[in-house]
Design a binder for this molecule. Structure first.
Ligand code: CA
Length: 229
């Protein structure tokens, strides 16, 4: 079941949206303030965000910007003013859709469904289809043990391939170096957790546009690594 977060300070509108979305089988949570909404959007898992523009504490512009930096989910922005919608389009904050109030709730539900379906198609959810894992431009064919980055095939050693595949199949989870070492190398292997660091570095050189600012495998300082989906 897809989970949706509504950040909206007008309670009647938020409740209306929630009712319609729940009738369509979605799980829905509401935040009435910008700061709490931003916090929830960043720290909990949702499949889609419906975001009002004018909000107490932190406005929808700022929420959209911050969520877009860290999360890969559709954002539908809602505003009472057509002018504001034009403005946010112009800013290129990365919202996926814009709806002007008042709107028909069934139209909103239709758009929510369309965006969720599109994200599933475009990004994939890390789920295996015919033993292929696809996440944001990276395609891993587990059967053929081949990897493409933005359509270009890259060569990986056996362990690099195993490590990349393991991380990509478990996105958004942090693993310690010890856990990764145990997972990928068998117990008799010569080596230690520094081996993991070396392999992560090699993998990054092949998949990251800028290894100083990794977009896929993030370092969680003092803990380990996480593949960002
Ligand atoms: Ca508002």
């Amino acid at each position: 079941m897809s989970k949706i977060l509504i950040v909206e300070d007008e309670e009647a509108i938020a409740d209306l949206e929630k009712d319609y979305l729940e009738l369509s089988g979605f799980e829905v949570e509401i935040e009435n303030r910008g700061d709490t909404g931003l916090n929830k959007a960043l720290n909990e898992e949702f499949d889609l965000l419906i975001l009002d523009l004018m909000l107490p504490e932190v406005d929808g512009f700022e929420i959209c910007r911050q969520v877009r930096e860290k999360k890969n989910m559709p954002i539908i922005m809602v505003s009472a003013k057509k002018d504001d919608i034009d403005k946010i389009r112009g800013l290129g904050l990365g919202a996926d859709d814009y709806i002007t109030k008042p709107f028909s709730p069934s139209e909103m539900v239709a758009r929510v469904k369309a965006h969720l379906a599109r994200y599933d198609r475009l990004i994939g959810s890390g789920q295996k289809v015919n033993d292929v894992v696809e996440i944001r431009g990276i395609k891993i064919d587990k059967t053929a043990r081949r990897v493409w980055v933005n359509g270009e095939e890259k060569q990986f050693t056996t362990k690099e391939f195993d490590l990349l595949t393991f991380l990509a199949e478990n996105p958004n989870r942090v693993f310690t170096k010890e856990e990764l070492f145990r997972e990928i190398w068998d117990m008799e292997s010569i080596g230690d957790i520094a081996t993991v660091t070396v392999h992560i570095k090699k993998i990054r050189e092949k998949i990251e546009f800028n290894t100083a600012k990794p977009q896929y495998i993030e370092t969680i300082w003092g803990v380990g690594y996480r593949f960002k989906a």
